[in-house]
Design a protein around this ligand. Structure first.
Ligand code: HOZ
Length: 430
């Protein structure tokens, strides 16, 4: 594979942008080689600046559930841009978006649009503190909720990939307010709650983890969190930035039938443009300024282009017959093919999937939390990753990220991916 242009751009970028990238996981640091500079994307495919073509399972880290550049989304943005790119004033579009989100996610009675998932989670935690008058927060080791100070404690995603789960620069006073439990362990949560009686404002969780690879909740885990939070007057926050509108129209909370008090969103609701949102019970949301005293604001919040792209994306999902069933059958086809390869080759791999989110963990232990995720052989994963790339399959350049299937992936794409997977697994165990 030729990477001359990408290599050239990366050398220049490294002089001007930290690490040459605007978000750490994009760098290929943990898998070797240089990141590819992307020129364009359409449907399930990506093309880099050297002209290499890839079947894409990163899907811009989650938003591209329809595939890239869906013609209706492109058309809607193109029309909207003529009317203006930002007004800093209310629009009918924001209202339509709020109505649609509240309709799709019944636990959300009111919603505030922001510009990224990070803004959404930071604001939701501030709101939980304002509502309860308590300060401590419980998060799970290896879960990632964006780069707000409170979350960069035992964080997943790039922080886990690069071995910096506790970022320098986070004031110790802030870090002390964040307590960490083990995902899927109610006992570890109960212990923290008992040791910090009446001090926990919120528990924030990815209901299906995507940021240490894909880890489903064990039966009873989310239910247990719900009843503990109700009993102890703790706000339960579902971070559905990745899972929202991906696992079901109403996200993971619909799939598992649990109602959190607050939810955070991003990715799909922006249709590929920068967006985030937080919402939940009216009695809590009414504390947000200007209806209440909890301050949070943003010049570009509810941006008309982002609202247009998100609204069109959600509308297409609604209109498409059996959208989630189609997505499930494509995802299952891929997972079954990979499972057959793994079995026939006899390699120690655990494949985990919830709907269109999945991860191949290079370990023989079922992955249920951060510790088991970290038992993965990341060197072998790197060899696998590079072999897949050489064969035209673009995966997240880290063991600790989920892969995403879109509705644009064809059976041919999936068959080619399964064939590549077999060869890449052979290469990893050579
Ligand atoms: N936080 C995203 C992965 N879990 C990565 C975002 C990006 O690099 O674009």
């Amino acid at each position: 594979m030729k990477t001359l242009q990408s290599d050239f751009f990366f050398e220049r970028a490294k002089q001007l942008i930290p690490g040459g990238v605007n978000s750490p996981v994009r760098a290929f640091k943990s898998v070797g080689g240089n990141p590819l500079f992307i020129k364009r994307a359409l449907g399930s495919r990506l093309w880099d600046v050297d002209g290499n073509e890839f079947i894409d399972y990163v899907g811009t880290w989650g938003p591209a559930i329809l595939g890239h550049s869906h013609p209706r989304v492109v058309d809607a943005i193109t029309k909207a841009v003529v009317d203006g790119t930002s007004f800093g004033a209310p629009t009918e579009l924001e209202l339509k978006m709020a109505e649609l989100i509240c309709k799709l996610v019944p636990s959300v009675e009111m919603v505030r649009m922001v510009n990224s998932g990070t803004e959404a989670t930071m604001s939701a935690v501030r709101l939980a503190r304002a509502f309860t008058g308590k300060e401590k927060l419980i998060k799970f080791e290896g879960c990632y909720h964006g780069h707000g100070d409170s979350f960069l404690i035992k964080a997943g995603s790039g922080a886990m990939t690069f071995g910096v789960p506790d970022s320098p620069g986070v004031p110790s006073a802030v870090a002390a307010q964040t307590l960490t439990a083990q995902f899927n362990s109610l006992t570890s949560v109960q212990q923290l709650v008992d040791a910090n009686k009446a001090q926990i404002a919120a528990i924030i969780v990815e209901p299906v983890v995507g940021n240490m690879g894909c880890i489903p909740p064990l039966p009873g885990f989310l239910e247990g969190l719900r009843s503990l939070c109700t009993k102890e007057n703790i706000i339960l926050i579902f971070d559905e930035v990745m899972t929202g509108f991906r696992l079901a129209p109403g996200g993971a909370q619909e799939l598992f039938n649990i109602k959190p008090d607050l939810s955070t969103f991003g990715k799909i609701i922006g249709g590929g443009l920068p967006v985030g949102a937080y919402g939940g019970k009216k009695e809590i949301m009414q504390l947000v300024a200007p209806s209440g005293p909890m301050y949070q604001a943003g010049t570009l919040s509810g941006n008309p282009l982002a609202m247009t792209a998100g609204f069109e994306t959600l509308s297409i999902i609604q209109e498409e017959k059996h959208f989630y069933e189609q997505l499930e059958s494509k995802s299952k086809l891929l997972a079954d093919g990979i499972a057959t390869n793994v079995k026939q080759l006899g390699v120690p791999i655990i494949t985990q999937r919830v709907g269109s989110m999945s991860t191949l963990f290079f370990t023989s232990k079922p992955v249920i939390d951060c510790e088991t995720a970290l038992s993965s052989d990341t060197k072998r994963f790197a060899t696998y990753f590079r072999a897949m790339l050489e064969m035209g399959v673009y995966l997240a350049p880290s063991q600790f990220e989920a892969g995403f299937v879109s509705i644009a992936h064809t059976e041919d794409d999936i068959r080619m991916t399964i064939a590549a997977n077999r060869k890449a697994l052979e290469a990893a165990w050579k």
